[in-house]
Design a protein around this ligand. Structure first.
Ligand SMILES: Nc1nc2c(c(=O)[nH]1)N[C@H]1C(S)=C(S)[C@@H](COP(=O)(O)OP(=O)(O)OC[C@H]3O[C@@H](n4cnc5c(=O)[nH]c(N)nc54)[C@H](O)[C@@H]3O)O[C@H]1N2
Ligand SMILES: Nc1nc2c(c(=O)[nH]1)N[C@H]1C(S)=C(S)[C@@H](COP(=O)(O)OP(=O)(O)OC[C@H]3O[C@@H](n4cnc5c(=O)[nH]c(N)nc54)[C@H](O)[C@@H]3O)O[C@H]1N2
Ligand code: SF4
Ligand SMILES: [Mo]
Length: 568
């Protein structure tokens, strides 16, 4: 067996699997603990993808060299600050960051913030100083797993497989697969998770379950936090969260004396105050002392690069715009890499209107919806043909990618295109590819545990239920098993509960204050009756969402919206 037969799954996913080529077949690595010999359906889909093999300019095929010349020419004739560098997460290997080095040196406008986990991450960081997950072993050793706003068995199927025989509790407006396998399922109303965390804190106090040792040694502001929790009559939480108090009682019976892991996901934080909501949950966990127990803890999407030094970092005074609010139309040239903003960014109509006004360069592996608005398309080489390292936001293991397939000659990797542009513009060269790879491969970050935990002391969250009228629905989205964000399987339905009186195949117009679109209805009683559910990657779902940022982290807040539904 060759030593260089390893490939990392490049996709944006908690699991960060390691694969290897054995006798021309690609298999999940057995010695990689989370991969455990298996890959998923999306990996199979990725291998089947029809990759771009040629450059395209104004709908005509051209050579790679011609496309790079057009790009250079355009960049030379545009004011740097009137160009925008926009990178998505189609591939999250570390080598994807090379291009930003060039665009920073060149002087482009860059983006800041996140379309993904930014709000929640900021909330956790304010409390603990960083967003680092506990070691995997503490999950394996936990007795109870609380899945909170996360589609655990779908979005991190490998992590789930390692713990699938444990006892689960799920908190989600959708009765997901993991909810069905759970001992306790709380079908919560959207954007009320902070209230549930406060209610839990009240119960913990009443039952003397708080961890006073933790609070004394590490905590700051626990009394204030508890005061906030105490401020409301207990029964009032029942009607706002939609979670019966009897279930909360059952929950405390279940967790008493047990080690608890909270697997927190994106669901709780897709809101204006997503950081505060997440911090409330993390504060409840701290109240119970979960962060410092031998087993258990709180897992979120960790900062996978924590403790690493970005090997492509370069200083610049570039202007930065908040990613959810980007106005593509205000740039003369937009360079989009590994992203599909026409489907994935908030407010599709605004994205399309903007792209139409700009010269759009798309640098990616496949044709996607955004390519319809691209003037120039440059094909990026397949992940099988570029060296890379994958860090993970789900666990501490990393995966390595060697070149296992000769690249298509008219494609170019992120590292190569960056080196080419740097040369053309006479800028400072990158470290060699091998230097960068070996740094990430060999560096072991020091993951120091926190010394102080700052409880959230003031909570100022405007609930959606206040604004919600009888004919409004909460808008919620979640990942699908058969797609990776906007890649692979397409599902453009709206999923509704049967009590809504809509029927399968009804064509409905769904509208919000930000836009509207038509959808075909699928009735699904797993969806809470006051919610309209769409899979992430639904081509029309982001016509309804606000191109606005959350309160602290320049992050998208896809679910800060109510919708109305009528037969079309
Ligand atoms: N198969 C597959 N795996 C993936 C992806 C994929 O597209 N497909 N995408 C990857 C990416 S980019 C990411 S960021 C991760 C994200 O993975 P997850 O963290 O699992 O995120 P989501 O699927 O967006 O949402 C999780 C759950 O939150 C619920 N939810 C919605 N609103 C609320 C709420 O207000 N409160 C609560 N408690 N729950 C709520 C939804 O119903 C959903 O079940 O998954 C990664 N893994
Ligand atoms: N309404 C709503 N919208 C959401 C979400 C939601 O929950 N609800 N989820 C959000 C989340 S969590 C995320 S992470 C974003 C994701 O949003 P994006 O980052 O835009 O991801 P995708 O839409 O999957 O597009 C990725 C593209 O990358 C390209 N690609 C793949 N591999 C490579 C490569 O090696 N090199 C290059 N150059 N390109 C490559 C693929 O062709 C693909 O079209 O979407 C967000 N959008
Ligand atoms: S589970 Fe995630 S990391 Fe593993 S192969 Fe599938 S997409 Fe890739
Ligand atoms: Mo994401």
């Amino acid at each position: 067996m060759s030593l260089n037969n390893k490939v990392a799954c490049p996709m944006d996913c908690y699991d960060a699997c390691q694969a290897e080529i054995i006798d021309e077949n690609i298999k999940g690595s057995k010695e990689h603990e989370t991969t455990n010999g298996k890959l998923c359906i999306n990996f199979a889909n990725l291998l089947k993808e029809e990759n771009l093999k040629n450059s395209i300019f104004k709908q005509k095929q051209i050579s790679l060299k011609e496309s790079l010349d057009i790009l250079v020419d355009k960049l030379k004739n545009t004011k740097p600050e009137k160009t925008l560098f926009y990178k998505g997460s189609g591939n999250i290997g570390v080598m994807q960051n090379a291009t930003k080095n060039f665009f920073t040196q060149y002087g482009s406008t860059l983006t800041k913030g996140s379309l993904c986990d930014g709000g929640g991450g900021t909330g956790i960081e304010i409390g603990r100083g960083n967003v680092v997950n506990p070691p995997l072993q503490k999950l394996l050793d936990a007795d109870i797993i609380v899945v909170w706003g996360r589609n655990f068995s779908v979005t991190s199927s490998h992590l789930y497989n390692l713990v699938k025989d444990k006892t689960f509790v799920t908190i989600d407006p959708v009765c997901t697969d993991i909810a069905k396998k759970s001992k306790i399922y709380m079908q919560i109303n959207p954007k009320t998770d902070h209230e549930l965390a406060l209610l839990f804190t009240r119960f913990a106090y009443m039952q003397d379950l708080e961890d006073n040792e933790f609070i004394e040694e590490f905590g700051s502001g626990a009394d204030w936090f508890f005061d906030v929790a105490r401020n409301r009559p207990i029964v009032s939480y029942e009607s706002t969260t939609g979670v019966p108090l009897t279930l909360v009682n059952d929950f405390f019976d279940l967790i008493e004396g047990k080690s608890v892991a909270i697997m927190l996901g994106l669901g709780v934080q897709k809101y204006f105050e997503g950081a505060q909501i997440t911090r409330c949950i993390d504060s409840f966990a701290a109240y119970m002392g979960y962060h410092k127990k031998e087993a258990g803890g709180v897992w979120y999407l960790s900062d996978s690069a924590f403790g690493y030094k970005n090997q492509f970092e370069t200083k610049g005074t570039n202007k930065k715009v908040s990613i959810p609010t980007v106005d593509f139309g205000s740039y003369d040239l937009v360079f989009i890499q590994g992203a599909n903003p026409v489907v994935s960014a908030p407010n599709t109509q605004k994205v399309i209107d903007g792209l139409k006004k700009s010269f759009v360069v798309y640098f990616g592996t496949t044709l996607n919806e955004t390519c319809e608005y691209a003037d120039l398309i440059i094909p990026s080489s397949s992940f099988l043909s570029k060296k890379d390292v994958r860090l993970s936001y789900g666990h501490e293991l990393k995966s390595i990618s060697h070149v296992v397939k000769l690249k298509d000659e008219n494609t170019i990797s992120e590292y190569e295109i960056t080196s080419f542009l740097i040369e053309e513009f006479n800028l400072e060269k990158l470290k060699t590819e091998d230097e960068v790879i070996s740094y990430y491969e060999n560096h072991k970050p020091i993951l120091k545990d926190f010394d102080t935990f700052e409880f959230i002391e003031d909570i100022d969250i405007e609930p959606l239920y206040k604004e919600k009228k009888d004919d409004n629905f909460y808008y919620i989205t979640g990942k699908s098993k058969n797609s990776l964000n906007s890649q692979f399987a397409k599902d453009d339905f709206v999923y509704l509960h049967s009590s809504t009186n809509f029927k399968n195949d009804d064509v409905v117009r769904v509208s919000s204050k930000y836009g509207n679109a038509n959808f075909i209805v699928k009735i699904d009683d797993n969806i809470k009756s006051n919610c309209a559910f769409f899979f992430t990657g639904n081509k029309y779902a982001n016509y309804l969402t606000p191109a606005l940022e959350d309160e602290v982290s320049n992050s998208a807040m896809y679910q800060e919206v109510l919708v109305q539904i009528e037969l079309s």
